[in-house]
Design a protein around this ligand. Structure first.
Ligand code: ZN
Length: 510
């Protein structure tokens, strides 16, 4: 392994760490050492090095943690050296030694961005892009659905992000979001693993049916709410007008008040309960996001105002709130819908959020190029935006370019299993718009990642692709996906810099 040749430079007297980093950068192809990962700890050096097939943490010389690392020991230049895998246990030690590799909450940060990394390989590319930009990255961001579909757990997800932070020497802080969590057990699991943000999905407590009740049904169900509670709500809202910070008014009238209460009342109670019992008592400041985006109809300004002010009264400190916007935010493709209606509604949501003291969060924010300029402008640069699947699609793009035979197999498998994947994700892709892959030359394959139909098909089948196994128990695609992306890592980072970079410039971030 070539990094061993580098070690003689570590032994020079009075060697400066900056010089070592410059050398590692200039001769990256020779040594395979990530410049940002070179650190001195006591009398020892640490760095991450790559070879043909994997990456390792090298601990060169003994330090107080040396014995705890799990790895193989060698002697190089008379020094004790340990070569360690980038696993969860070693990551826990790195977090103790270098606290910047631990996630932190994002209080006070204006632009925060979820950069979900389903493979655990994308974060270094994201960090190289945003390192000098006013963006706080939430690198670890996965929903339970994504954990199940990728076969990972929260510890793996956080370790991958922390190793990326260590590799890149990124010391400005990052977050970890337990995304779309529904139950106390899920939230506990994320908190126990050190996650710093919780996105509560209370869709199971939102009564979507209430939107279509007849007026009699509404009245009847409304009367079943506790009398005192009804009186409290009516006193607080009914016939009342609330002024937002700029003078815009929100009024609650009899017509839709009862219906609105029925839709959201259980979700509000559930959220207050979860927040007070789990988040308040966990001993850390958690970024709490309330997501009401998985409803059937767009969130009205009145509903948004009502839900948020009830939560605040119940003691909930909201960091961000995700309403359901008009139009469609489908996975991996641009916004579908009327952009001027979106802008009008978005302005109202932002005003409410500003008045009540939190940020608006935009979910399924990958590839929504039509809405980015509006988000950047209307929020005046204060928002949370989540992306995830698009980072997987950039990985697929690299596979299509660099390992066309593997891509062809993945593509056929994705089409064959599309119906299964549609159980988890709603998309409008029409497979008949995708050209027969056998008629395409290798050089035409990456272009499929620029077309909506093929993007969506590959987007939503990621879990089935990653988990598929052959009869002998080996993975059909997974190992080859990882080895291809290891080999062409630089390409993957560059394509993320380019693609997420387009997101940032659309948002007006420089
Ligand atoms: Zn969402």
């Amino acid at each position: 392994m070539n990094w061993k040749e580098f070690c003689k430079h570590l032994d020079q007297e009075n060697v400066k760490i900056e010089e070592l980093k410059q050398l590692a950068e200039r001769d990256f192809n020779k040594y395979g050492i990530y410049p940002g990962s070179i650190n001195k700890y006591g009398e020892s050096w640490l760095f991450i090095a790559r070879d043909c097939c994997s990456k390792s943490l090298v601990v060169y010389g003994k330090n107080e943690y040396f014995e705890q690392f799990d790895g193989t020991e060698e002697t190089i230049n008379g020094k004790h050296v340990k070569i360690c895998g980038l696993n969860d246990d070693n990551c826990s030690i790195i977090m103790k030694m270098f606290p910047y590799t631990k996630p932190v909450n994002h209080r006070g940060k204006k632009i925060t961005m979820g950069l979900g990394d389903r493979l655990g390989l994308a974060s270094p590319g994201h960090l190289r892009l945003i390192k000098d930009m006013p963006v706080f990255p939430v690198l670890a961001q996965q929903s339970i659905r994504e954990l199940n579909l990728t076969g990972r757990n929260y510890r793996n997800v956080l370790s991958a992000a922390a190793w990326a932070v260590y590799q890149e020497g990124y010391t400005s802080g990052f977050g970890a979001d337990g995304d779309h969590l529904k139950t106390p057990e899920e939230i506990k699991m994320a908190l126990d693993n050190g996650f710093t943000m919780i996105t509560l999905d209370c869709s199971e407590h939102i009564d979507n049916k209430a939107a279509s009740y007849s007026q009699e049904e509404v009245n009847e169900k409304y009367m079943s709410i506790d009398e005192q509670e009804r009186a409290r709500l009516e006193n607080a809202y009914l016939g009342k007008t609330f002024k937002l910070y700029d003078g815009t008014e929100i009024t609650f009238n009899e017509d839709n008040f009862r219906r609105m209460v029925l839709v959201y009342i259980d979700a509000i109670k559930y959220t207050i309960n979860i927040y007070n019992s789990l988040l308040k008592s966990c001993g850390r400041n958690i970024d709490f996001e309330m997501s009401i985006d998985e409803t059937l109809t767009p969130t009205s300004p009145e509903s948004h105002y009502f839900v948020a002010s009830e939560l605040i009264k119940g003691g909930v400190e909201i960091t961000s709130l995700a309403p359901r916007f008009c139009g469609e935010f489908q996975k991996g493709i641009d916004y579908i819908g009327d952009i001027s209606t979106f802008e009008k509604e978005f302005i109202m949501h932002v005003k409410i959020a500003k008045t009540l003291g939190y940020k608006i969060s935009v979910h399924s924010g990958s590839d929504k190029f039509k809405v980015f300029p509006i988000v950047g402008k209307v929020t005046e640069g204060e928002y949370h935006l989540k992306t995830a699947g698009t980072n997987w699609l950039e990985a697929v793009r690299i596979i299509a370019a660099r390992n066309p035979a593997l891509y062809r197999r993945m593509h056929k498998f994705a089409l064959e299993n599309l119906e299964e994947a549609k159980k988890y994700y709603h998309i409008s892709a029409d497979p008949s718009n995708i050209p027969d892959i056998d008629s395409l030359a290798d050089s035409e394959l990456p272009v499929l990642m620029d077309k909506d139909d093929s993007r969506q098909v590959l987007h939503i089948t990621y879990g089935l692709i990653l988990k598929a196994k052959n009869q002998d128990g080996t993975y059909t695609f997974k190992d080859e996906i990882y080895s291809t992306l290891h080999k062409y890592e630089q390409d993957y980072y560059n394509s993320l810099i380019n693609h997420i970079g387009k997101h940032l410039s659309g948002l007006g971030i420089k």
